[in-house]
Design a protein around this ligand. Structure first.
Ligand SMILES: *Cc1c(COP(=O)(O)O)cnc(C)c1O
Length: 421
């Protein structure tokens, strides 16, 4: 597959090149030149890893042959993505990986790609996180030979459990607490990538959801979702609600649908950071300052994957139902899920509430559960008025020392830090 730069369509790259570069020139996103179609009926009958290989092959060809893809898939996806019935809806649980959030899918697959396409030079994985990406990337690349990992996050704006999960690893993983918002962190990452000297000296590579490796890995579980829903409920009447921050997950879903996944339409569910819902309504792109919410992995007001999502939507003439869910409604949704016997955290609650509002009679609803409730225990416990068991992965990290350094949101200081000067 060839990829092109959405900002400079003449700039083309192979999968490996796009993966290695992260962003194209002018900070443009690499986007598949065409979306391969598959036969959904036979694909949905295939065993999981075979299905994964069939979906990935056209995106990775000719750089990775089928045999390599099989190895990468079985090394990366060591955990399931089960579909669970909640009331009349279907929940896709994406939090069974080592850092308890769906980011494990993209990050672990990316680590497999990078290990194979790294040359002899230095490689630095530089990523900004609003909470979950950092943990997933740090764990996925921990101890990867010759790879330095630098993770930026907004100081004091992620939960303690989130922070401990990735700021205690040491080794080749460095964590930087930026005194600012997630958007400030993203801006620092972008400034480093625009610095050609820095980029080549350090072999900078982004592990953000803008990287094509992560995106293609996320396409896979939309097929898992379809496979887990009774055949008669798939197709035009199937509505999938995606809790959205940077809109990588939604983009992956749109790619799956464009390939032929039997999904009728998508609901993009945001919290109060509602740039996209307002844009869909008014046609005006007017990001506001980011506000902190309980679903903090979605506290993003300049979603960096949106150009890809918009491209897919406009190419196919698809309409997107984008809805913003407030904090009180999020709490109410957690309670409502609980009354159906399901413990959900704020991100999936946002998706569930947006789905509930969007769903028309006769449609079947599905929503993505992107994090383990134990990862957002404070919010869940406050909403439900009871204690949750602490997941083992978190319990283990809580006792360790936080190794992060603090930094001002300033490109010059950040450059110095990266160069060790
Ligand atoms: C990252 C994240 C999201 C948002 O995903 P995007 O692809 O950035 O839209 C939602 N929920 C959780 C738990 C996340 O970590």
């Amino acid at each position: 597959m060839e990829y092109f730069n959405l900002k400079r369509p003449d700039e083309r790259a192979s999968f490996c090149e796009a993966a290695r570069r992260g962003l194209g020139s002018g900070q443009g996103l690499f986007h598949p030149a065409s979306i391969p179609s598959v036969d959904p009926a036979s694909l949905l009958l295939a065993p999981r890893f075979e299905r994964y290989r069939i979906v990935l092959e056209p995106f990775l060809a000719p750089d990775f042959p089928a045999g390599a893809i099989d190895e990468m898939v079985s090394a990366a996806f060591t955990f399931e993505a089960p579909v669970v019935k909640v009331g009349d809806a279907y929940a896709l649980e994406l939090f069974r990986g080592p850092t308890l959030a769906f980011k494990d899918f993209g990050a672990r697959f990316m680590a497999q790609c990078m290990a194979r396409l790294r040359g002899d030079g230095p490689m630095t994985i530089l990523t900004a996180t609003s909470g979950d990406t950092g943990a997933a990337v740090a764990h996925a690349f921990l101890d990867a030979p010759g790879i330095r990992v630098v993770v930026l996050y907004p100081k004091g704006r992620i939960s303690r459990a989130q922070e401990q999960l990735f700021c205690t690893l040491g080794g080749n993983v460095e964590t930087v607490a930026v005194r600012g918002s997630f958007d400030d962190c993203q801006a620092l990452v972008k400034s480093a990538f625009d610095d050609m000297e820095l980029k080549s000296d350090l072999g900078l590579n982004s592990a953000n959801s803008i990287n094509i490796c992560r995106l293609v890995a996320q396409v896979l579980y939309f097929w898992d979702l379809c496979a887990g829903i009774p055949e008669e409920l798939r197709g035009a009447g199937l509505v999938v609600s995606v809790p959205s921050g940077n809109f990588g997950d939604l983009t992956a879903g749109l790619i799956a649908k464009a390939m032929g996944a039997p999904i009728g339409r998508f609901v993009a569910a945001t919290n109060a950071n509602d740039t996209v819902p307002r844009y869909v309504k008014t046609g005006r792109w007017e990001p506001r300052p980011t506000v902190s919410t309980a679903s903090n992995a979605m506290d993003v007001s300049r979603p960096n994957n949106w150009p890809r999502a918009e491209r897919l939507l406009s190419e196919r003439g698809w309409k997107l139902d984008a809805r913003s869910v407030g904090e009180e409604e999020t709490v109410a949704a957690m309670r409502s899920l609980d009354s159906m016997g399901y413990t959900g955290e704020p991100h999936c609650a946002v998706a569930y509430e947006a789905l509930r509002r969007s769903l028309l009679p006769g449609e079947t609803g599905a929503f993505l559960c992107t994090a383990h409730p134990g990862k957002f225990a404070e919010s869940v416990e406050a909403a439900l008025g009871r204690r949750l068991p602490v997941p083992a992965a978190i319990a283990e990290s809580l006792g360790k020392m936080n190794l992060s350094i603090d930094l001002e949101p300033d490109a010059v200081s950040f450059r110095k830090y990266l160069l060790g000067t």
